[in-house]
Write a protein that binds this ligand. Structure first.
Ligand code: ZN
Length: 167
């Protein structure tokens, strides 16, 4: 069932390839948080509506909770989608960049399995993958000293092994 989502996101990213903008433009804003090459290889697309798979797909794959979040941003691999109202919201950008780092470090399949497992086990508000992203965006919003997000995410992922056994 996860494969359906993989196919869908591949299609979405391909469809919007011509509209995407490189996150290299944030190299000053997010200096100290992400290396230049990571930002240069990550993209965002401004869309009137955040792409969401058909409810039936999400239900079959076990992601129905996501539907209720009605997010202003959504990350699919190395590309994230933001609403025009959130386009200049750096806090949202850094939040989605944390998810892009998770996708990169885990790989597509592991990210999706882990996200589903955590969603089911902890719920959206308490799941570690979201917790990391909220921790970084809050840190940034408070104007605290930057830290290496890729290192932080790597450490968090190791400290919190996902369980995809579906127990
Ligand atoms: Zn998030």
């Amino acid at each position: 069932m996860i494969q359906m989502l993989v196919d869908w996101m591949t299609l979405m990213n391909r469809q919007f390839e011509g509209d995407r903008q490189s996150c290299a433009e944030f190299s000053d804003s997010f200096a100290g948080y992400f290396p230049q090459n990571f930002l240069a290889e990550t993209y965002y697309v401004v869309v009137p509506k955040v792409p969401m798979p058909a409810y039936q797909f999400l239900e079959e794959a076990g992601f129905t909770d996501l539907y209720e979040q009605n997010p202003a941003g959504l990350t699919l691999g190395n590309t994230y989608y933001v609403l025009p109202t959130a386009k200049n919201n750096l806090r949202l950008h850094i939040h989605e960049l944390v998810h892009a780092a998770q996708w990169k470090l885990l790989g597509v399949d592991s990210f999706l399995h882990r996200y589903r497992y955590e969603l089911e086990r902890y719920g959206y508000d308490n799941m570690p993958l979201e917790g990391m992203a909220y921790a970084v965006d809050e840190h940034y919003a408070l104007g605290r000293r930057p830290f290496d997000v890729l290192e932080f995410v790597t450490r968090e992922l190791e400290g919190n092994p996902g369980d995809s056994s579906g127990r």
